[in-house]
Design a protein around this ligand. Structure first.
Ligand code: URA
Length: 241
């Protein structure tokens, strides 16, 4: 029946433990359904009406959603905006789901944006301490050089207290308009643009290709989105990022 789950899955979905740990805990009598101990992991519970507790602490079921959006230029990475269209305006059926974008891309930046209601995962991906790789493709006015690559590898002064963390610059084409791929582990305001400004160049096109283990699905047109697969979610949460 819709809205019904096995007890061990309900608790595993909420991150209480692994399915095998939970089976043991349930059999030991640590879990109650509506105040009654239940020792059968396969018992079906309703995510809407049953009250589940583990060691007397209530465990509410939150339906987490994860979408990958290929953000087009011209929309802002916010939940609401008085002037511009937002990335959430592109998502259908979002009412009451508390979705938000994980981090910000500039209005004129395209590419991978994760949209979710999972605050813990967002924190994991955005925390500066976690050093999650973000890979950008950019077109840059002017010849990007080996010297720029070395400067980026050593950290750049973009006017903050500290230099940027070492970043990996791959030069795909060095010409009047160069094409590059840049991997950074921070998310400072306008960071990629400011790094190129620091070496006297201007980013004229920017697209995020990946964030941690999550790669932009190349079949998504600009403005299109899809749910993450179970595998993508598991790897992102498994900190293999
Ligand atoms: N760096 C930028 O300059 N802009 C973005 O949108 C993302 C990274």
């Amino acid at each position: 029946m819709a809205g019904q789950l096995r007890l061990d899955k309900y608790l595993a979905d909420m991150g209480i433990g692994t399915r095998s740990e939970l089976k043991v805990w349930i059999r030991k009598g640590r879990i109650k359904i509506n105040g009654e101990i239940c020792i059968k992991p396969e018992t079906k519970v309703s995510i809407n009406s049953d009250v589940i507790s583990c060691d007397e602490i209530r465990v509410n079921y939150v339906n987490y959603l994860y979408y990958m959006l290929n953000k087009p230029a011209g929309v802002v990475s916010a939940t609401r905006d008085n002037v511009s269209e937002t990335v959430l305006d592109l998502i259908e059926d979002k009412q009451g789901k508390d979705l938000f974008p994980v981090g910000r891309l500039d209005k004129d930046t395209e590419g991978l944006l994760l949209i979710t209601n999972d605050g813990d995962l967002a924190h994991q991906l955005l925390s500066p301490k976690k050093h999650v790789d973000k890979v950008y493709f950019a077109k840059v006015n002017g010849k990007v050089t080996e010297e720029d690559r070395l400067i980026f590898a050593n950290g750049v002064d973009i006017g903050e207290d500290a230099l940027t963390l070492p970043a990996k610059l791959t030069i795909l084409k060095s010409d009047d308009i160069s094409e590059i791929e840049l991997t950074i582990q921070e998310g400072k305001f306008h960071q990629v643009k400011r790094m190129f400004e620091a070496v006297g160049k201007e980013v004229i096109y920017l697209k995020r290709m990946s964030m941690g283990s999550l790669l932009l699905d190349q079949s998504l047109e600009l403005g299109e989105y899809r749910e993450l697969t179970m595998e993508e979610i598991t790897i992102l949460k498994g900190k293999k990022i």
